[in-house]
Design a protein around this ligand. Structure first.
Ligand code: FES
Length: 160
């Protein structure tokens, strides 16, 4: 996914590739997010006008699907696996530890935009659960203590 940020006012070319109909809403949101990296409020308004639906419907759809984000992603995208194997082996505790250590909740980005935190379905290493990925690098067989150590050290060395 491209993360180059465009002004919402520059969305015209993206919107113009879609017909002005309500049934293109999800595709439209995907295209806008691919262009901006997330869905800022101005873009939601532009999508609503283009698809000819109320803004509340755009928010309803976007908040239903976990693929959509309302904040810019951090330089390091932390994705905690919530697949069945990871869930059974403690993904909830891993997520809670990350929320404490990074000081953000799921779906948020740190103020310095270094980290964003999200959950995903299986990332393909179920035998080594619980797992997470930072960008595309996987950390496996996690415990809350390992997570604390990994992310405290990373936070200290992150550029300010
Ligand atoms: S369930 Fe987490 S890696 Fe498969």
């Amino acid at each position: 996914m491209a993360t180059t940020e465009l002004s919402p006012l520059q969305l015209g070319p993206v919107l113009a590739t879609f017909e002005r109909r309500p049934d293109v809403l999800i595709s439209l949101l995907q295209a806008v997010q691919a262009s901006l990296g997330y869905l800022p409020p101005d873009a939601m308004g532009a999508v609503a006008r283009h698809a000819r639906v109320p803004r509340s419907r755009v928010y309803g759809v976007a908040s239903f699907y976990s693929q959509f984000r309302f904040n810019p992603a951090g330089r390091r995208r932390v994705a905690v696996c919530r697949g069945t194997a990871c869930h059974v082996s403690g993904a909830r505790m891993i997520l809670e530890e990350l929320e404490r250590t990074l000081g953000i909740a799921e779906g948020q980005t740190t103020e310095d935009r270094e980290y964003s935190l999200e959950t995903v379905a299986c990332i393909g290493c179920c035998g080594l659960s619980p797992c997470l990925s930072v960008n595309d690098e996987v950390s496996a067989k996690l415990t809350p203590k390992k997570v604390r150590k990994q992310f405290r050290a990373a936070k200290k060395s992150a550029p300010r």
